[in-house]
Design a protein around this ligand. Structure first.
Ligand SMILES: [Cu+2]
Length: 189
């Protein structure tokens, strides 16, 4: 009777060690990725060759598991980035890949002189005033306006941009407040 009990005890100890090791590995991975999650399902799109200078925009979030409900979310739980951050004036195409778990969009608004990104007033509905927008990409696997770019999908838009500072933002409720904005500078030719 004592031998099986000892074996069982060893097994439990082994499992506990394995669990701790797995826990450390998972924590390390989360830290490395900043807890940002990849798309749950790959809704890959066939993106056509886009005219003009192409700016890649990536939207990301920490996943539905980390952020329940419809917001508000914590600052920094969502993000938006552009590459490059500056581009020449003229025909500019935004190619927006949604690396997050939730739907996102990109709205392009001029930045008033002296105003930094992230400073717009947020309404009770969690959105910012997007009047004066010069463009939008919010369609899954398509151009311009739609119902939001799904997780893993790409949306795009082609604009004629004048030199100036612009703020690219996601205006789905509370996404701006969670950190979804980035500056794009359009320079003279
Ligand atoms: Cu968003």
């Amino acid at each position: 009777m004592s031998a099986p009990r000892l074996r069982g005890g060893r097994l439990v100890a082994l499992l506990a060690t394995a669990a701790v090791a797995l826990g450390i590995a998972t924590t390390g991975l989360l830290a490395a990725a900043g807890a940002f999650r990849g798309p749950a399902s790959a809704a890959r799109c066939t993106v056509p060759a886009l005219p003009g200078r192409v700016v890649d925009v990536t939207t990301a979030d920490m996943g539905r598991g980390m952020m329940g409900g419809a917001g508000p979310y914590g600052m920094g739980m969502m993000r938006l980035s552009t590459s490059p951050a500056a581009v020449g004036a003229g025909t500019v195409s935004l190619r927006v890949f949604n690396a997050g778990a939730r739907p996102h969009e990109v709205v392009v608004l001029p930045l008033p002189a002296g105003q930094a990104t992230g400073q717009r007033a947020i309404g009770a509905d969690g959105e910012v005033d997007e009047s004066g927008a010069v463009g939008e990409a919010s369609r899954s696997c398509g151009a311009d306006s739609g119902d939001g770019i799904a997780s893993g999908a790409t949306g795009w838009t082609t604009l004629t941009m004048q030199p100036g500072r612009y703020e690219l933002l996601c205006n789905l409720p509370w996404h701006y407040a969670a950190g979804m904005y980035a500056e794009l500078d359009v320079t003279g030719r």
